[in-house]
Design a protein around this ligand. Structure first.
Ligand SMILES: [Zn+2]
Length: 279
C-alpha cells in the first residue's frame, strides 16, 4: 500500500504509555464491553476471562515510540475520512469523524474496560475505534495474514462499524437483543459483521479510485486477513471443531466474499446483508 508521506488524520488519540487505566477488577464494565463492543474477530470471552486480575499495567510503548505504526494508522484513518465524508455527502448526510485510540495492553472506553486480548474494537457509545498495535504482530504471526493492507483492512472494518452506527443500523440490531433467541441474535450479528467487511471493501474501492493506494498483492492481503479471522477458522484453531450456531462474525469464505463485493461495487446500497438471501 502507498501510504508514506500522505495526509495523516488528526483524530488519533495516543494512550500508549498512559499508566495503567483504572483498575476496576472486572465487574459490570467488563461484562458490558463484552456485550457492546463490535470486535473484528476476537472472542468477547477473552475480555471476561482477562478481567478480575486487577493488574495495572504500564504499557512499554509511548507517544514517540513505534511512530511508524502511528503514522500508518493515521494515514489509513485519513483515507477513511475522505472516502466516507464523500459517500455520506452523496447520501445527503454528514459524516462525523470517529476517533482512533491507540492503547497498550488495556484501555478504558465508554463501553467499559478492555484488554488487548479482545482485539481491535469499535465502541458505539463514544464513537471511537480502539486498537493495540501489537494486534498487527498477531495478525501476521498467529493468524498468518501479513502486510500493510491487511492492517489497513482491520481499521477499515472497524470504521465500517462506525458507519453502521451513524446510519442507525447497529442500534436496530442492538434493539433485537433479548427479543429474539440467542441463535437468531448471533445471525444478526453475523450480518452486521459481514456488512462491516463490505464497507471495508467499499472504502478500498474509493481509496484506490481517488488515490491509487493499492499496490499489487494488496487485495490478496486484505482477503487473507478477512479469511484468517473468520469464525470457523478461529474456532477450529481454538477448540478444534466448529459450531456454526455460535458464529458471530461469519465464516472465512463469507468475510472474504463480502469484502470483495464491496471492493467491486463501491456502492453502499449494495451491502444490505440483512436482506441478502445468500450470506
Ligand atoms: Zn467487527
Amino acid at each position: 500500500m502507498e501510504w508514506k508521506g500522505r495526509r495523516q488524520s488528526g483524530n488519533v488519540e495516543d494512550r500508549r504509555g498512559a499508566t495503567g487505566g483504572k483498575v476496576v477488577g472486572g465487574g459490570i464494565g467488563v461484562i458490558v464491553i463484552a456485550l457492546l463492543v463490535m470486535v473484528l474477530g476476537g472472542d468477547p470471552m477473552a475480555v471476561l476471562s482477562g478481567a478480575g486480575q486487577g493488574s495495572s499495567v504500564a504499557a512499554p510503548a509511548g507517544p514517540g515510540i513505534d511512530d511508524e505504526g502511528r503514522e500508518f494508522v493515521s494515514v489509513v484513518l485519513a483515507d477513511t475520512e475522505d472516502v466516507w465524508k464523500d459517500l455520506f455527502k452523496k447520501m445527503g448526510r454528514t459524516y462525523q469523524e470517529p476517533i482512533l485510540v491507540l492503547f497498550g495492553g488495556e484501555v478504558e472506553s465508554a463501553c467499559g474496560y478492555a484488554n488487548a486480548a479482545v482485539g481491535p474494537f469499535y465502541c458505539p457509545a463514544d464513537n471511537k475505534v480502539y486498537i493495540d498495535l501489537a494486534f498487527y504482530s498477531d495478525l501476521k504471526d498467529r493468524f498468518g495474514a501479513p502486510g500493510d493492507f491487511a492492517q489497513a483492512y482491520v481499521i477499515a472494518h472497524e470504521i465500517g462499524h462506525h458507519v453502521q452506527n451513524q446510519l442507525g443500523i447497529s442500534r436496530k440490531v442492538q434493539q433485537m437483543k433479548g427479543r429474539v433467541s440467542e441463535e437468531e441474535y448471533n445471525q444478526l450479528s453475523v450480518r452486521l459483521e459481514l456488512q462491516a467487511d463490505f464497507y471495508a471493501g467499499v472504502w478500498a474501492h474509493h481509496a484506490h479510485q481517488t488515490k491509487g493506494v493499492l499496490e499489487p498483492g494488496d487485495l490478496e492481503e486484505a482477503l487473507q486477513a478477512a479469511a484468517a479471522i473468520g469464525d470457523d477458522r478461529l474456532q477450529k484453531q481454538a477448540q478444534g471443531y466448529v459450531v456454526p450456531e455460535s458464529f458471530t462474525h461469519g465464516t472465512s469464505e463469507q468475510r472474504m466474499r463480502w469484502f470483495q463485493k464491496g471492493w467491486e461495487s463501491g456502492r453502499v446500497e449494495d451491502g444490505d446483508t440483512f436482506t441478502a438471501r445468500r450470506l
